[in-house]
Design a protein around this ligand. Structure first.
Ligand code: FAD
Length: 584
């Protein structure tokens, strides 16, 4: 039986009203897309994820992936599900037509990704890596390498990894020590150990292409010395991608983890493995940045997906669990209790705001490639780049915190495994860590995005919100409009403070960065509710009630976040390293 019911009403509402696929379809780039196609993709993804992936989530958690005789064995059902996923063409949803994809807009791909991850995040981890690797190869590999590898990846016949992390190189990838030796035939030999590699091995595909960051002999230290290589698990013997002997790549360990147990997180040893340079030597980090935007939005949607699935279960439970009420009479359902309603309102208001924001970022990415004029494309790119670290950090946190509330709504039954909600907490915990820990996202927002091009991205964000605040005068939007207006002014003043710090007192800016990103996320969520509550038609009263809750309850956090932004480094520097050593 499926454990997963896709949030089709929410997804269809967004694709119709907030990020209209029909508007994209009027652009030449997406002229092959229409409402019928969009509806069919969403409906088929809903069927596949609820019927095929949903039932795997629990068994994946219980059985996990394991290393047996040097190979990874995934839990029962995963291999067959992957075969169906690949045959259904899901890997290539937003990849270019000429490279075997379907060239659908990113918003549709994100809708599919939400359903895949809502059904089973552990499964969704492999396509995430495959699509990221394929995009890097399309963008940077020389034509022979690209044309040999990409068709297999886009069709899902080959798997892929993104292999950056090492024991001494986590957030600071510039410390990677894996070496690459240039060979006389133009290939390279790679030696080193990568850790935490998602789907470093699996039993779905005959081939796995590892995209590996490594340093060619003589290259400078730091990020400038890194190059990117495609290292196949099996040697490729012809231009069509025929497979030969195993390469010198060994998975030596699969981590025992808190969650995502079916997604094998591997230590991968490269022992003189044959590899192909992607792009130029020294361009490794720049090339891998091609997929950073894609990865950030995918992690954000993972958080939304888990939050949505957890919320649905909590609402169902609250409607059916009798507890409390008058001592003489029947117990009432817990949904009657104000504190339970507070939790449910928080869950729905946060989830829907983040879902809308992530789809908005995807929409801007679509416009950045397809909008009519260069100025429109450039503006969309700038806005997307501003939103992406916010989506990644706030989406991942929403996933974990909403899942945690779902456990609370279930009481003790949520803490035991049967209800299936404690898994959401464990599975979502890592989303704040991988693809750039959330603290690093906040630093990126403050030290790079805010100041880049004289704050153009930030200005676009603020201007869009001001434009939407100015539209109409619907009394029913009063609370959300007032709160967004108020918190936007607060954000403006914090931004001025942060910009000053970045220039004069960078440590103060760094100390306030996480609170600053949270404030941006809070305002952005309010902006989404302002827009959603303004849409006439079915469900509007519900949307306006949720918008009001977001405005009155959640946006009240803005003042304390602003205090934290401005409190500076002195307060966190009050204890010295020696003090910390005494506390350790
Ligand atoms: C389940 C899982 C799957 C993963 N999959 C992959 C994968 O497929 N490929 C891959 O290459 N990697 C993968 N990773 C690795 C992941 O990307 C790293 O764990 C992540 O980048 C953080 O690195 P780290 O664990 O070394 O933590 P560290 O970098 O040691 O960070 C520890 C803490 O210090 C903070 N910190 C570090 N540096 C700074 C700084 N300069 N300023 C402020 N704060 C800082 C961080 O925010 C964090 O809170 C995966 C990890 C996990 C757990």
């Amino acid at each position: 039986m499926s454990e997963y019911a896709p949030p089709l009403d929410n997804i269809n509402f967004l694709l119709k009203h907030l990020v209209p696929v029909q508007a994209l379809a009027r652009l030449p780039r997406y002229s092959h897309v229409d409402a019928e196609l969009s509806d069919a993709v969403v409906a088929e993804a809903a069927r596949f994820t609820s019927e095929v992936l949903g039932p795997l989530n629990g068994i994946g958690d219980r059985v996990g992936s394991h290393l047996v005789g040097g190979r990874v064995i995934t839990p029962p059902g995963f291999r067959e599900a992957y075969r169906q996923y690949a045959e259904g063409g899901w890997v290539g949803v937003d990849l270019p037509l000429e490279h075997g994809g379907q060239a659908l807009p990113r918003v549709l791909q994100i809708a599919v990704a939400e359903m895949v991850n809502g059904a089973c995040v552990s499964f969704g981890m492999l396509p995430l890596m495959e699509r990221a690797a394929t995009k890097v190869l399309i963008a940077h590999a020389d034509p022979a390498l690209r044309d040999c590898f990409v068709p297999h990846l886009a069709a899902g016949r080959w798997g892929a990894t993104i292999s950056m992390s090492e024991a001494g190189a986590g957030s600071d990838v510039g410390r990677a020590r894996t070496r690459a030796e240039r060979q006389s035939d133009g290939t390279y030999r790679l030696t080193g150990t990568k850790i935490f590699i998602t789907y470093g091995d699996q039993d779905f595909t005959d081939q796995i292409v590892h995209l590996v960051l490594a340093r060619v002999r003589g290259a400078p230290s730091g990020v400038k010395g890194l190059s990117l290589f495609a290292v196949p698990a099996r040697l490729v013997i012809d231009a069509e991608g025929g497979l030969g002997d195993p390469n010198r790549v060994v998975v030596s360990r699969v981590e025992e983890k808190m969650g995502l147990k079916a997604s094998p997180t591997c230590v991968v040893d490269f022992d003189g493995a044959a590899g192909h340079l992607i792009g130029q030597e020294g361009d490794g980090l720049r090339n891998i940045f091609t997929m950073v935007n894609a990865m950030r939005i995918e992690v954000a949607v993972q958080g939304v997906a888990v939050a949505g699935a957890a919320t649905r279960k909590a609402v169902g439970y609250a409607l059916s669990r009798p507890q409390g009420g008058p001592p003489e009479g029947d117990a009432v359902m817990i949904v009657e209790h104000p504190d339970v309603r507070r939790m449910l309102m928080t869950m729905v208001a946060r989830t829907d705001a983040m879902r809308a924001l992530v789809y908005e970022a995807a929409y801007q990415l679509d416009l950045s490639e397809g909008a009519a004029t260069p100025a429109e494309r450039q503006a969309a790119q700038a806005l997307a780049e501003w939103l992406l670290p916010v989506c990644k950090a706030c989406g991942s946190e929403a996933g974990f915190e909403v899942a945690n509330l779902a456990v609370q709504v279930h009481g003790g039954h949520g803490y035991v495994k049967d209800a299936g909600v404690e898994q959401y907490v464990r599975d979502s915990r890592v989303m704040s860590i991988y693809e750039g820990a959330n603290g690093i996202q906040a630093l990126d927002l403050v030290t790079r995005r805010l100041v880049r091009q004289q704050g153009q991205s930030y200005r676009l964000f603020v201007d869009r919100i001001r434009t939407d605040l100015a539209v109409g005068a619907d009394d029913r939007l009063g609370a959300i409009r007032t709160s967004v207006q108020r918190e936007l002014e607060r954000l403006e003043s914090c931004t001025a403070w942060i910009c000053q710090c970045v220039a004069d007192r960078p440590r103060d800016a760094a100390a306030g960065a996480t609170a600053y990103l949270a404030l941006v996320g809070l305002v952005a969520g309010g902006w989404m509710w302002l827009r959603m509550a303004a849409v006439d038609g079915a469900g509007q009263a519900t949307r306006q009630a949720l918008a009001r809750f977001y405005a009155d309850h959640l946006m009240a956090a803005g003042s304390s976040l602003a205090e934290q932004v401005r409190s500076g480094a002195a307060i966190v520097d009050a204890l010295t390293v020696e003090d910390w050593a005494r506390l350790a």
